[in-house]
Design a protein around this ligand. Structure first.
Ligand code: ZN
Length: 265
């Protein structure tokens, strides 16, 4: 393996959005299995040094969170784990679930609006932990106005610029929310209408947009090409490709690479 000097840490590309593990519902790829072998080969070829993983959709995220923690342990410094909760079904046990996630080494929360939008119980726990929350609003961008203003200390990352389903109205609204709220960020995964990514960076600046692939179902090489094609200067591109993710993950990430990478240094 190539030797790396410590200053390279700041240049590690971070994919902030990838699913991992198995689901139990068996009605669609995203609740059945998120296999990583191809993703990891593709990510390495694309120059991605670290990926944030979270569970596939399932009926009990306690199990999914444990799966992700095992995967993250296996992958060492290449991986960061986020927990998931179902804000409705898990009412009354969010604190317990996320306290376990902390013990498992997970470092953020993913919530999907198709499950349930985050409640106060979820936001209070995440605020206490100082975690970022990756929140897929599934087109319902209006909820961000409530969440971002009620919880200014929680950093939200809105995947797909608000809509995986190509809802341009959601993209329009999220672009404005990125500019309005200091704690709202977006990821680029699966965004088809390229000029909304251009607009997001023009309107809100490169600190508010994170590269994400939505692996393993979307190809990280295709998704990272979108970032390269923005033609940003090296400093702005560095923020989108990893600097912003490291900042939102907090001081533990700033110490990366750990494990295998430290052995290389
Ligand atoms: Zn996803």
């Amino acid at each position: 393996m190539a030797r790396r000097s410590p200053w390279c840490i700041d240049a590690v590309i971070v994919d902030c959005h990838c699913h991992a593990g198995t689901g139990d519902q068996l009605t669609a790829p995203w609740n059945t299995r998120a296999p990583l072998a191809k993703y990891l080969r593709r990510a390495r070829a694309a120059g991605i040094g670290q990926t944030i993983f979270f569970p596939a959709f399932q009926s009990d995220y306690t199990d999914g969170n444990r799966q992700v923690a095992r995967i993250v342990r296996q992958l060492g410094s290449r991986a960061v784990g986020f927990a998931m909760v179902h804000a409705g079904r898990d009412t009354g046990r969010i604190d317990d679930m996320l306290n376990e996630a902390v013990r498992l080494g997970l470092r953020g929360l993913k919530v999907h609006g198709h499950d349930h939008m985050p409640t106060r119980e979820v936001c209070n726990t995440v605020a206490r932990l100082g975690w970022p929350m990756l929140l897929d609003v599934a087109g319902d961008a209006h909820v961000i106005d409530m969440l971002a203003s009620e919880y200014p200390r929680v950093n939200f990352i809105i995947p797909h610029l608000g809509s995986f389903a190509d809802d341009w109205r959601a993209h329009e609204r999220v672009v404005e929310q990125l500019a309005r709220y200091p704690n709202v960020h977006a990821d680029t995964s699966g965004v088809r209408r390229f000029d909304y990514i251009v607009r997001a960076i023009e309107r809100a600046g490169p600190r508010k947009v994170l590269f994400g692939s939505d692996g393993p179902w979307l190809h990280p090489g295709v998704e990272i090409a979108k970032i390269r094609l923005l033609g940003l200067g090296s400093q702005a591109e560095g923020l989108v490709l990893g600097g912003n993710a490291r900042r939102l993950l907090g001081p533990v990430a700033a110490q990366a690479p750990r494990g295998e990478a430290r052995l290389q240094a």
